[in-house]
Design a protein around this ligand. Structure first.
Ligand code: R7I
Ligand code: MG
Ligand code: MG
Length: 300
């Protein structure tokens, strides 16, 4: 289980770093995707995920004001944040409360970008044995930047997928039945139901049916699909990135689910080796995973 905790957070960071250099490229442009060219710099996806983990650890659970503070403290603009999230962080910095800031963007509707889902992995770990609480906390943690229900639902589905993968659900019927029964949003349910018929589909069909963009409902189910379609970390994450579009984020979300299922040792060593290891890099992310594990299971 400790290896799965590490695998989740490192898997997410690795997927982010691998996808980052080709973010915004089309599938055709990436069709000569080469796994041996690895830069190892992560982006906003991982920087925000680190903030989620740090806050859960410091507060022994969810605390919105503290998590918002962690996001601000860790923020580096050059890691390429989404415009909505950048605007919310600016409002928080000006002193607007974490409950209010996210409701002030996109004409008051709030964001349905995938920025809440891409950082949610630590919540999937921390609340893995209580899906009702996990779902509720995923919503509250999303609200810091994403107040639109579809942004929150995408994050809850992602957190739940990670919890199920930790418990060993890859059997597609079991996992998909669980998620389909749980979600209350049609756009997600309809895409989950489609997965079964898409298992041999070509890339273009998958992109059209499930999406590869930076909205939550055009990326979260794509990551779940990439996990289910293959039987190992490398193939799933390479495939997810090869779809093009929001490659770092779909890579990160696929990497998190795969890491939760297969564990750290299943991530290609050359990918882990290449991951940056500066102040808050690989070693620190492993430490965060171990702390979450220690707090949760009370040992070592
Ligand atoms: O969700 P968010 O943090 O973006 C994450 C993406 C990832 O790909 C990261 O790697 C990083 O590159 O950014 O940032 P938002 O700006 O809140 O949402 C992402 C995009 O979704 C927005 O820029 C919009 O294009 C779209 N979007 C919306 N469009 C119209 N109306 C999100 N919410 C809305 C909306 O309410
Ligand atoms: Mg990014
Ligand atoms: Mg992205």
């Amino acid at each position: 289980m400790r290896s799965k905790f590490r695998g989740t957070l490192i898997g997410s960071a690795v997927g982010d770093a691998l996808g980052a250099p080709v973010e915004g490229c089309t599938a055709d442009e990436i069709s000569i995707f080469q796994n041996d060219i690895v830069e190892g710099r992560y982006t906003d996806d991982t920087e925000l995920m680190i903030g989620v983990a740090e806050s859960l650890i410091d507060k022994r659970g969810f605390d919105g004001a503290d998590m918002a503070h962690k996001f601000l403290r860790n923020y580096h603009a050059w890691r390429r944040y989404g415009p909505g999230t950048r605007a919310v962080l600016e409002l928080l910095r000006e002193g607007v409360s974490w409950e209010k800031a996210s409701t002030m963007i996109f004409g008051g509707n709030g964001s349905y970008g995938n920025g809440a889902a891409m950082r949610i992995a630590p919540i999937g770990l921390f609340y893995c044995d209580d899906i009702d609480t996990l779902w509720e906390i995923a919503y509250r943690a999303s609200h810091i930047t994403h107040s639109h229900v579809l942004g929150k639902e995408g994050a809850a589905i992602m957190a739940c997928s990670i919890a199920l993968a930790l418990r060993g659900y890859r059997d597609r019927e079991k996992m998909l039945n669980y998620l389909t029964a749980r979600t209350r949003e049609d756009i997600y349910r309809d895409k989950l139901i489609k997965i079964e018929q898409l298992l041999d589909a070509d890339k273009q069909t998958v992109i059209e049916e499930l999406g590869n963009r930076e909205t939550a409902f055009e990326s979260v189910i794509t990551a779940i699909y990439s996990f289910i379609r293959f039987d190992n970390f490398k193939d799933s994450v390479s495939y997810a990135i090869g779809l093009g579009g929001d490659t770092d984020t779909i890579g990160a979300m696929t990497g998190a689910i795969c890491g939760a299922y297969y564990g750290l040792e299943a991530i290609p060593a050359e990918w882990v080796d290449a991951l940056e290891d500066d102040e808050k890099g690989k070693s620190y992310i492993i430490w965060l995973a171990d702390e979450l594990y220690r707090i949760k299971f009370g040992s070592g």
